[in-house]
Write a protein that binds this ligand. Structure first.
Ligand SMILES: [Fe+2]
Ligand SMILES: [Fe+2]
Length: 471
C-alpha cells in the first residue's frame, strides 16, 4: 500500500472538491497541533512510534503500521462507506430514508450530541499526558500513544461534522473543543469522568476498560442516528475503540496475573512488599472507575433521551436487532429507583428509560471482562473474585446521587460512608503506593515488576520489538 503523504488531511469525504470545508479544516488544523504540543503526550514529539494509521476505510487500509512522529500522525476524516438504501430504524421517522443534511428543527440537539461526544476525545488525551514518563514497558508506551493519536482522530471526526454541517456555530464549537481542558477550574470538560486525573498506569488501564467502554456504547447508539454522516463517522470510530478496550482489559489482566504470581511465590495475599498490587487494591480501583463511568450514561429517567430517540437522533444498542416496534409508545422498561431509604425496580415508560437501557447493556459488557480476570485468579489457585459494585455505589448523577450505598447495594448512612469509604475506593495512601511503583522501563523486552508481559503481539511484532525509538 502506498500512502500519499503529501495529502494534508487524509479523508474519504472528497475534501478537495469542497473549498469551504477545506478552508475551515485548514484553519483549525494549526490550532489542533498547538493543542497537541501543549496538552498532548508530554515530551514525545521527537519519538518515532510504531503506530497504526488509518489510510482508508478498506479492510487492508485502516491498519497501516509504521514508525511515525506523533505530531506528524495523519489525523484524517474517515466515514464508513455510505449505504444508499439506508433507512431510519426507529422513532417517529422510522422507515424514511436517512438524512444527508441536518434537519433545521433538530439542529441544536444534534450539535449538542456531537459536541458532547467530541469533548471527551481530547479530554482523555489531556488526562493521560503524563503517563509516558512512567511506562512499564515500550510495548505499553506504544499502546498509550496509539490510544492518544486515535482519540485525536476521533476529535477530528467530530470537528469535521461540526464544520461541514453546522456553519459558523459549528466552527465556533470546534474551537471550543480545544479551549475547554480536563480538570480546568474555569473551563472544564463537559462530563465529570473526563475531569478526573489519570495519574498512574493502573488508572489508565481501568480508564480504558471502563470509560472507553462508555465511549463504545455512546458511539454505538450514535451509529444508529438518522443523520447519516454522524452514523458513518461513529461506525468507523468503533473500529478504533475496540483497541482501546483491549488495552484496558489486557492491561488489568496482566496486573492480576503478576499479582497472582507474587502471591504464589511468597505465599501471601499482601504482595505490596514484593512490588505487586494486591487484589483488594485492584478491586478499589475497579469500584471507582466503574462508578464514575456509570455516571456517564446520565439520568435514569430522561426526557432528553426520549426526544433523541423519538426524533431519530440517537438509537439503542444494535437497534435493528431488537425485537420490538422501535417506537416504544406503549412499552415499559424496568428502572432502579429510590424511595424511603429503599432501592427498588419500577416499570417505567421505555421512551424515558433509554439511558438506563444503555447503562444496562454497558454493565453486562463490563461484567465479561471481570469474569476473564477472575479466571486468571482461579487458574492461580485462589478464592478471591472481583465483583462489579452495585450501580448505586458512589454515584454523582441520577437517582442514587443523594444516597450512600455500599458496594453490595445496601443504603448506608453518611457517617458509615465516611468511616468506610476507603475500604471500597482508593485512599490517598493506596494511590501513593500505586504511584510509588510507577518507574519507567524503556529497554526493549524489559518490564516493570508489577505487571506481567503481554501474550499478544502488535502487528505480529514480539514483546522485544523496539516499539518506540527515542531520538
Ligand atoms: Fe474516542
Ligand atoms: Fe477510546
Amino acid at each position: 500500500m502506498t500512502i500519499n503523504y503529501n495529502e494534508k488531511i487524509p479523508n474519504n469525504v472528497d475534501l478537495s472538491s469542497d473549498r469551504r470545508l477545506q478552508r475551515a479544516l485548514e484553519n483549525w488544523q494549526p490550532k489542533f497541533l498547538d493543542w497537541w504540543e501543549e496538552l498532548g503526550p508530554n515530551y514525545s514529539s521527537e519519538f518515532d512510534v510504531y503506530l497504526r494509521t488509518a489510510v482508508s476505510v478498506e479492510k487492508q487500509g485502516w491498519a497501516h503500521f509504521d514508525y511515525v512522529k506523533m505530531p506528524e500522525y495523519r489525523w484524517g476524516i474517515f466515514l464508513t462507506p455510505s449505504d444508499p438504501n439506508r433507512k431510519i430504524d426507529f422513532g417517529m421517522h422510522k422507515g424514511e430514508p436517512v438524512w444527508q443534511e441536518v434537519p433545521g428543527e433538530y439542529r441544536s440537539e444534534l450539535r449538542r450530541l456531537i459536541v458532547t461526544q467530541g469533548d471527551t476525545e481530547p479530554a482523555s488525551v489531556e488526562q493521560q499526558r503524563h503517563l509516558g514518563k512512567t511506562c512499564p514497558s515500550l510495548y505499553d508506551l506504544r499502546n498509550l500513544f496509539q490510544v492518544n493519536v486515535e482519540e485525536g482522530r476521533h476529535l477530528w471526526a467530530m470537528v469535521y461534522l461540526l464544520q461541514a454541517y453546522f456553519g459558523r456555530d459549528g466552527r465556533e464549537e470546534a474551537d471550543s473543543l480545544l479551549e475547554r481542558h480536563s480538570g480546568d477550574q474555569d473551563k472544564p470538560r463537559i462530563l465529570g469522568a473526563f475531569n478526573e486525573n489519570t495519574s498512574d498506569w493502573l488508572s489508565f488501564f481501568m480508564f480504558t476498560y471502563f470509560t472507553d467502554r462508555d465511549g463504545k456504547f455512546q458511539l454505538a447508539s450514535l451509529a444508529e442516528s438518522a443523520f447519516d454522516p454522524l452514523s458513518r463517522s461513529c461506525r468507523f470510530m468503533l473500529t478504533e475503540e475496540a483497541h482501546h478496550m483491549f488495552v484496558g482489559e489486557s492491561g488489568v489482566g496482566r496486573i492480576v496475573q503478576r499479582t497472582c504470581e507474587l502471591m504464589n511465590e511468597y505465599n501471601t495475599f499482601d504482595v505490596r512488599e514484593y512490588g505487586g498490587i494486591d487484589l483488594h487494591t485492584l478491586q478499589k480501583y475497579l469500584n471507582f472507575h466503574f462508578s464514575v463511568s456509570t455516571d456517564l450514561f446520565g439520568q435514569e429517567i430522561s426526557t432528553n433521551a426520549a426526544t433523541y430517540f423519538n426524533t431519530g437522533l440517537k438509537g439503542r444498542l444494535n437497534e435493528a436487532r431488537i425485537n420490538d416496534d422501535h417506537l416504544l409508545h406503549d412499552a415499559s422498561y424496568p428502572v432502579f429507583q429510590v424511595s424511603e431509604e429503599q432501592i427498588f425496580i419500577n416499570e417505567t415508560p421505555a421512551l424515558n428509560a433509554i439511558n438506563e437501557r444503555l447503562r444496562d447493556d454497558y454493565i453486562a459488557d463490563c461484567d465479561l471482562g471481570i469474569r476473564r480476570w477472575n479466571k486468571i485468579i482461579e487458574n492461580s489457585g485462589h478464592e478471591f473474585r472481583f465483583e462489579l459494585p452495585h450501580r448505586a455505589f458512589n454515584r454523582n448523577i441520577g437517582h442514587f446521587s443523594n444516597i450512600k450505598v455500599n458496594p453490595e447495594g445496601r443504603i448506608i448512612s453518611q457517617q458509615e460512608w465516611e468511616k468506610r469509604k476507603f475500604e471500597w475506593i482508593p485512599s490517598e495512601s493506596d494511590q501513593s503506593f500505586v504511584q510509588s511503583l510507577m518507574k519507567p522501563v524503556i529497554e526493549p523486552g524489559k518490564i516493570a515488576g508489577w505487571i506481567a508481559p503481554p501474550k499478544g503481539r502488535i502487528n505480529r511484532q514480539s514483546f522485544e520489538f523496539d516499539y518506540v525509538r527515542f531520538n
